[in-house]
Design a protein around this ligand. Structure first.
Ligand SMILES: [Zn+2]
Length: 108
């Protein structure tokens, strides 16, 4: 399976499409499809019948998956979506870092 630089729980910025510039947290990574579901991004209105979750039925907002190539991990120092690299530190700690400023975004 292909390795993605984005993981569930990441803070990302959308770089393409109608939600360009918006930010949110990755709720789900659909590795097989190469897609992500991001909080508040790619919202579609969907008509639903009344259910336990939506007792009134009607129109609900659904977050739909978008292509993983449309989002970049947010670097706290650059304060924007950036390309991410991987690096293993001398002590063996695996990290993901911002290719722009070198900031370590995450230690794994
Ligand atoms: Zn950075």
């Amino acid at each position: 399976m292909k390795k993605f630089s984005i993981k569930r729980g990441d803070e990302v910025e959308v770089i393409r499409g109608k939600d360009r510039g918006k930010r949110g947290k990755v709720r789900k990574l659909l590795a097989k499809e190469g897609k992500v579901v991001v909080e508040g991004i790619n919202i579609m209105k969907k008509a639903t019948r009344p259910s336990r979750r939506y007792p009134q039925g009607g129109i609900v907002d659904i977050e739909t998956p978008l292509d993983i190539s449309k989002v970049l991990l947010l670097c706290p120092r650059c304060n924007r979506g950036v390309r991410i690299g991987r690096r293993v530190l001398e002590d063996g700690t695996k990290t993901r870092y911002c290719k722009k400023c070198g900031e370590i975004v995450e230690k794994m």
